[in-house]
Write a protein that binds this ligand. Structure first.
Ligand code: S3P
Length: 189
């Protein structure tokens, strides 16, 4: 068994704001470790038969949050034995969730600058209902305000990782290498 898969290291949970790189880095990390990859948003979409944007439009944010909380319970019950789990940006931002995640595995907060978040969200197009219809300036102000509320939750993660460099394959590979080493050390503590 690789050293990293012992103990809590067999469940790696990525948290962070929209476009922090949870899916990009999560997929590559799972690949490198030979772990399964589960993306909570994709899990919800498959289960509901609708995109996240469609769920928000049809039933509103509070119905989405309820579906998200149920989906999190389900994937956590099914985790272990080598999984990288990428959560939605808002998933851990409720009382008690980070504590549950920390009991379950090694949590990693992916973080970059407000400018980089905004740049990526704009580049990735209108897939995120919370960011839709905002000008670049409005988006930047929105991100800064949301981070103020959410960083206290994200900040409870076992590891904070700078995910600024994920813009091409080489950067992703390098980030995976660095993060794997940090997780390995954390798992040995
Ligand atoms: C959200 C983030 C999204 C998705 C939903 C709400 C949020 O996930 O769960 O649109 O509240 O930040 P990503 O962080 O993967 O974009």
């Amino acid at each position: 068994m690789p050293e990293i898969a012992k103990g809590r290291g067999d469940t790696i949970i990525l948290v962070g704001f929209m476009a922090s790189g949870k899916t990009t880095l999560g997929e590559a990390l799972a690949d490198a470790l030979g772990y399964r990859f589960t993306d909570l948003d994709r899990y919800i979409e498959r289960k509901e038969g609708k995109s996240i944007a469609e769920i928000f439009a049809a039933r509103g944010e509070s119905a989405f949050r309820a579906a998200e909380a149920r989906a999190l319970d389900e994937v956590l019950a099914d985790s272990g034995r080598g999984v990288v789990l990428a959560l939605g940006g808002g998933t851990p931002c409720r009382e008690g969730v980070m504590e549950r995640l920390n009991a379950k595995g090694i949590t990693v907060h992916l973080d970059t600058s407000v400018e980089r978040f905004a740049e990526r969200i704009i580049l990735q197009g209108a897939t995120r209902p919370l960011a839709a219809g905002k000008s670049a300036d409005e988006l930047t102000a929105y991100i800064a305000a949301m981070l103020e509320k959410r960083n206290p939750y994200y900040g409870k993660a076992a590891i904070r990782f700078d995910s600024t460099r994920l813009e091409n394959e080489e950067q992703v590979a390098d980030s995976v290498k660095r993060l794997t080493e940090i997780i390995r050390r954390k798992n040995a503590e």
